[in-house]
Design a protein around this ligand. Structure first.
Ligand code: ADP
Ligand code: MG
Length: 147
């Protein structure tokens, strides 16, 4: 599925729809350049889950946990990760296979440890379509069992 947005608010709303419908244990990866809108999208997901706490991307924190919504949100930003061991140190699999939903910014950097069943979200710019244009591509991969 592809969604085109022309404002941050539209991207936030796309995230909100995901947050409204996501189920426990679901994993969403977010890739795209710096400033693409991964965090804006994540803020929408949090809102869709009913989380009121403000969501941002703290530069030196790999994982932020947000409660108070329909499900916990585990927000990873692995931009600065240098070794998969850093993920092991935080016990990532407790979150990947936990009660909440995982959203992973820069997931491409930890490709090797991502579960096969996940929803991949890519956010791309196209300068020809304007400074605030974004193309959001959502793809479900692996392990689909429902007919
Ligand atoms: P990332 O987390 O991918 O590095 P952010 O979400 O932090 O990016 O920042 C995206 C920036 O781009 C914000 O300043 C936002 O206002 C701006 N922006 C402009 N147009 C859009 C759009 N259509 N969707 C999302 N963000 C947009
Ligand atoms: Mg970000």
């Amino acid at each position: 599925m592809t969604i085109e947005t022309y404002t941050p608010e539209e991207t936030r709303r796309a995230g909100e729809e995901i947050g409204k419908h996501a189920g426990a244990g679901e994993i969403f990866t977010l890739d795209g350049d710096l400033g693409a809108g991964k965090t804006v999208f994540t803020q929408g997901v949090a809102a869709g889950l009913g989380i009121r706490e403000p969501v941002n991307s703290p530069t030196f924190t790999i994982l932020q946990e947000y409660g108070g919504g329909r499900l916990p949100l585990y927000h990873f930003d692995v931009y600065r990760i240098e070794d998969i061991e850093e993920m092991e140190e935080i016990g990532y699999d407790d979150y990947f296979f936990g009660e909440g939903i995982c959203l992973i910014e820069w997931a491409g950097r930890i490709w090797d440890i991502l579960p096969e069943k996940r929803t991949e979200i890519r956010i791309d710019r196209d300068v020809e379509k304007g400074f605030d244009y974004r193309c959001i591509t959502i793809t479900e991969t692996g392990g689909k069992t429902d007919a």
